[in-house]
Design a protein around this ligand. Structure first.
Ligand code: ADE
Ligand code: ZN
Length: 322
C-alpha cells in the first residue's frame, strides 16, 4: 500500500536531523570542511547507536553556520515533506546551533527560517511552525539561555518549547526554570521522554515540566497504569516508530507499542524524527503502520485530527489547515 498522496500532519521533526546527506555534503564542500567520516559508502549517515547518532548529528550540523544556510536547509526539508503529503509540520530548532544562543543572532536565523517557511507555504502548500529546543546534555544553564531566546521570540511562528538530546542526562526538574519561562511566554510545551528511559522518567517529566505532549513516550507501555493515566489526561504522544526501530528500541514494526497504545485509548500521532538518519519518510511510516496493524484510512484520519488538536499553532492557522 502507499499512502503518499494523503494529507499528513507531523509534530516531531528535528530540522537539522531532516537535512538530506547530499545537502550537508554540498555545504561541507562549499566550506572546504572534511566531514566524510559521518557517511557510509552509499552516502547515507552512518552511526552505531543512539549516542553515536547524537555525535554524528552534531558534526553534520557543524557545517550549518549562517542564517542563509538555514534558509536553504528549511526549503530543502519542506520540499521533501511536501512531496510526502505533509501539509503541516512542527520542527525543533535549537539556538545552540543557530547563533550560539545569542539573542540577536537567533533572531537573524529565525528570520531566515521563517522566510523559507513563507516561501514553502506559498509554493508547496505546507505550513511550518517552530518548537525551540534546548539540548539536554548541554546542561541547564544553556537551556536557560535557550529559554530566554524562545520567550523573546514567541509568537505566530515560534509556538512551542521542548527538550531533546540525551535523556539519561540529569532530571526533568533540573530544567524547571527554562520550562516555566517558556510557559509564561505562552509557548506550548513538549518534552522528549520514554525513549531511552522508562515509565518513571515519563512520570517525572509530566509532574515537573507539565507538557501537553511527550516526544516518543513509547516506553509508557511498560507500565499499564501510566498508559491509563495518559489516556485519561489526554496527553498526546509524538510517536516516531521508524526512528525507534532504526535505533534498536524495538525489533520490528509489529512489536512496536504504538498499536497497543492507540488501542488502549492514548492519543498518538506519528512523525519521522530525523528522516534521512532513519531511512524513513511520513509515507513510509504510514505504509508500515497500515501493514503491521491493519490500520485503515479511519485510523489515519484520527491521527491527523489528534495532531491538529495538539498542534501549537494558533486557532486561525488550525482553521486554515483543517
Ligand atoms: N535529537 C534528534 N533526534 C533525537 C531523538 N530521537 N531523541 C533525542 N534527541 C534527539
Ligand atoms: Zn526527536
Amino acid at each position: 500500500m502507499t499512502l503518499r498522496s494523503q494529507p499528513k500532519l507531523e509534530l516531531h521533526l528535528h530540522l537539522e536531523g531532516a537535512a538530506p546527506p547530499a545537502f550537508i555534503r554540498g555545504l561541507a564542500r562549499e566550506k572546504h570542511e572534511d566531514i566524510g567520516g559521518i557517511f557510509d559508502e552509499r552516502g547515507h549517515y552512518s552511526y552505531t547507536d543512539f549516542w553515536h547518532f547524537l555525535k554524528v548529528y552534531e558534526v553534520a550540523t557543524s557545517v550549518l553556520r549562517s542564517p542563509e544556510d538555514y534558509r536553504r536547509l528549511t526549503l530543502a526539508v519542506l520540499e521533501e515533506s511536501a512531496a510526502q503529503g505533509v501539509i503541516y509540520s512542527e520542527t525543533f530548532l535549537s539556538p545552540d546551533f543557530c547563533g550560539g544562543r545569542d539573542l540577536s543572532a537567533w533572531r537573524d536565523y529565525l528570520a531566515a527560517i521563517e522566510d523559507a517557511a513563507r516561501e514553502a507555504e506559498a509554493t508547496m502548500g505546507i505550513t511550518l511552525r517552530a518548537i525551540v529546543t534546548p539540548i539536554r546534555h548541554f546542561g541547564p544553564e544553556k537551556a536557560r539561555e535557550t529559554a530566554r531566546c524562545a520567550a523573546e521570540t514567541a509568537g505566530r511562528f515560534v509556538t512551542g518549547f521542548g527538550i531533546a538530546g540525551d535523556e539519561k542526562v540529569l532530571e526533568p526538574k533540573d530544567y524547571l526554570w527554562s520550562f516555566d519561562c517558556a510557559r509564561e511566554a505562552g509557548l506550548g510545551i513538549t518534552a522528549h521522554a520514554g525513549e531511552w528511559r522508562g515509565p518513571d522518567h515519563i512520570r517525572a517529566t509530566l509532574r515537573d515540566l507539565k507538557p501537553s505532549r511527550i516526544g516518543h513516550g513509547v516506553r509508557a507501555i511498560e507500565d499499564l497504569a501510566l498508559v491509563d493515566e495518559l489516556a485519561e489526561t489526554g496527553t498526546v504522544l509524538e510517536v516516531c516508530p521508524g526512528s525507534n526501530i532504526a535505533l534498536g528500541l524495538y525489533p520490528d514494526w509489529r512489536k512496536h507499542p504504538i498499536g497497543q497504545l492507540h488501542h488502549r485509548g492514548v492519543k498518538v500521532t506519528v512523525s519521522t524524527d530525523d528522516p534521512p538518519f532513519f531511512h524513513t519518510t511520513m509515507t513510509r511510516e504510514w505504509d508500515r503502520l497500515a501493514d503491521a496493524f491493519d490500520w485503515d484510512q479511519g485510523v489515519f484520519d484520527t491521527l491527523n485530527r489528534t495532531a491538529l488538536d495538539a498542534a501549537f499553532c494558533d486557532a486561525e492557522t488550525k482553521a486554515e489547515i483543517a
